[in-house]
Write a protein that binds this ligand. Structure first.
Ligand code: SF4
Length: 100
């Protein structure tokens, strides 16, 4: 395999485009559960391939942005507190894979 043709994660994500619905996010996170101190390991922080979840240590808050979501559904299933309300984006919105 030609390693010079391998792309890193950021390069691959740059090949994806999105039509973003800012009025109706397709994922809603009940952050009060995430910030309750009851979530074991916060798996969404590592599992999301788009890196849409992060944790603000100083504030003790979850940071989430549905923009850039690849619609893989991982966060929906991995959340141990079932804090994630997940739907596909409404028609005409969501991820657009430009090059497969
Ligand atoms: Fe990230 Fe996948 Fe959840 Fe979208 S569906 S936020 S890409 S884990």
């Amino acid at each position: 395999m030609d390693v010079s043709r391998k792309k890193n994660k950021e390069e691959k994500l740059a090949t994806v485009n999105f039509r973003i619905n800012r009025q109706e996010p397709h994922i809603v996170v009940r952050k009060e559960l995430c910030e309750s101190g009851k979530c074991p390991g916060k798996p969404c922080l590592e599992a999301c391939p788009a890196g849409n979840y992060s944790w603000d240590d100083a504030a003790g808050t979850l940071i989430f942005n549905h923009e850039g979501c690849l619609e893989c559904g991982t966060c929906r299933f991995i959340c141990p507190l079932e804090a994630i309300e997940w739907n596909y984006p409404r028609g005409g919105f969501g991820v657009i894979y430009l090059w497969g």
